[in-house]
Design a protein around this ligand. Structure first.
Ligand code: GDP
Length: 319
């Protein structure tokens, strides 16, 4: 193997936190020359990436995500793991007044030498934010982080993106599961490999009821031949109760599931998505805006079907 060429690569691979932070900043930059450099760096360190367990974590604001990540992350870091916390929050990086992945929300983990916390890339489209976070995962893994926690807020499309970049997806719920189930979109429940009723310390009996309800809902949502039966657990991020069980379940999942295959499938979908986006951009850049508007108007007015309009555009015919 030849010596690393990018100036940041050696320090990054040696696990230097500052190099990692700078590499992520480089990958977040919108400047074209930075993008070229970032892609070169990513390609260079790629062979060292992939050796982690990637957990996605979601739940409505206030459910206790940052408290939970702090408590679980500290446990893992104290046990010798290197834990990276990333976030996907396209809502201008602010949700419910808190910044996703903000260090001040995880004060213990923020100063732990085995942990690295990076807030959500701000601004841009969900696709852009998700891409930056994917790249950050690669960079963290190359820097030796073996547990990657990706936080997202349980209200929209970002969950699908995070589930597509992680190995398992954890939904945090509140002990009042009846109300909670109404608040959580069915689509998010369908993504969950683990559901954890947090704040079980507040009302243990309600937490048991919630766990039972969640378990029933998960059973209904899971096809009979699914390779993994999603589990419902109880925990308290404040007392630490149940956190070991959550980690044990994550490890069961990692053992029982074919993670390399899941990642290969994710990579293929990701490639297709990027290709679709790039091909679309390239096509639109080479097409007269007037022509696009003309055809769109024809479709709106019912003069052409959408299929005819697209065919005309691709064939370069006048409408
Ligand atoms: P997030 O918005 O989902 O990140 O929620 P936070 O982690 O900021 O937590 C919201 C509030 O719930 C904070 O006041 C936490 O201290 C509290 N909290 C979080 N987890 C627990 C828990 O397990 N038990 C109790 N009693 N409070 C908790």
């Amino acid at each position: 193997m030849t010596a690393p060429a990018h100036p940041l690569a050696a320090a990054l691979l040696a696990g230097e936190r500052r190099a990692l932070a700078r590499a992520i900043t480089l990958s977040e930059s919108a400047r074209p020359e930075h993008e070229v450099q970032a892609q070169a760096l990513l390609a260079e360190v790629l062979p060292w990436a992939g050796r982690s367990l990637r957990l996605g974590l979601t739940g409505v604001p206030g459910v206790g995500k940052s408290t939970f990540i702090e408590a679980l992350g500290l446990r893992l870091a104290d046990a010798g793991h290197r834990v990276a916390v990333l976030a996907v929050d396209p809502s201008s990086a602010r949700t419910g007044g808190s910044i996703m992945g903000d260090k001040t929300r995880m004060p213990g983990l923020a100063v732990h030498e085995g942990a690295f916390i990076r807030p959500s890339p701000s601004g841009g489209t969900l696709g852009g934010v998700a891409r930056r976070t994917r790249e950050a995962i690669t960079l963290c893994e190359a820097a030796g982080y073996d547990v990657i926690l990706v936080e997202t807020v349980g209200v929209g499309q970002s969950e699908t993106q995070v589930a597509a970049m992680t190995d398992l997806f954890v939904l945090l719920a509140l002990p009042n599961a009846g109300d909670e189930l109404q608040g959580v979109k069915r689509g998010i429940m369908e993504l969950a490999d683990l559901c954890v009723v947090n704040k079980a310390d507040l009302d243990p009996r309600a937490a048991v009821r919630a766990q039972t309800q969640l378990r029933a809902a998960l059973t209904l949502l899971t096809p009979h031949d699914a390779p993994w039966r999603p589990r419902a657990l109880r925990a308290s991020a404040v007392t630490g109760e149940g956190l070991d069980e959550v980690w044990a379940a994550a490890q069961d999942y990692a053992r029982e599931m074919d993670l390399p295959r899941r990642r290969q499938a994710q990579a293929a979908v990701w490639f297709d998505e990027l290709l679709r986006e790039a091909a679309w951009k390239q096509f639109v850049a080479g097409t007269s805006p007037h022509r696009l508007t003309e055809l769109r108007t024809s479709v709106q007015a019912g003069r052409l079907t959408a299929v005819q309009a697209v065919a005309a555009l691709l064939a370069g015919q006048p409408s």
